[in-house]
Design a protein around this ligand. Sequence first.
Ligand code: DX5
Ligand code: ZN
Length: 220
Amino acid sequence: MKNTLIAPSVLAADFGNLQRDIEMINNSEADWFHIDIMDGVFVPNISYGMPVLEAINRHAKKTIDVHLMIVDPDRYIKTFAELGANILSVHYEACTHLHRTLQAIKAEGMKAGVAINPHTNIDLLEDVINDIDLVCIMSVNPGFGGQSFIENTYAKIEKLKALITKKGATTIIEVDGGVTNKNAKQLVEAGADVLVAGSFVFKAENPTQTIQDLKKLTNF
Ligand code: DX5
Ligand code: ZN
């Protein structure tokens, strides 16, 4: 039996009713809060920053999974630890010294994640996979919620799964972008452990039910 985790992306929440939406996640079958931090440089959009994460952390009762879409993320590792991040993912494409960055994240007591853009080859992770707790495979180009899923993602998940097995690593695989009830099961069959879902959850008529349906669909 699978133990697939569902991580709703707060980017798609209603910021005028943020506490309500956080409580909805607290009271649902969701496993993690997925927090998208964008700087307008690494990606062509700015999301939200420290004060908003501080407010989320005050109410959130589940694991906080932070996805940094920013240049030079080393500058903020300590800050995100203090803000309550349990998992901190940096982009492969934004790190010159990725190995050092991963050690710095762990030194702050967080799990270390690496997110990869759709064009980034899995093979590039070979020499660092044993140091990575989580790989976040981007199934859209990062920067915006509500985009359509890139089909090549399935092949990337399979390739990453094979690399993890070959290297005897314990890394888990997260998929982020365009996740719906149409692709969720196939993503898990390919090897995904965690599914991020923003629009599909928050734009649904009943987000709690949608999370429950995703859980059921992906735990077989
Ligand atoms: C995209 C973000 C995603 C996004 C997912 O840059 O990293 O986490 O919020 O949103 P949906 O599920 O709407 O594609
Ligand atoms: Zn994300």
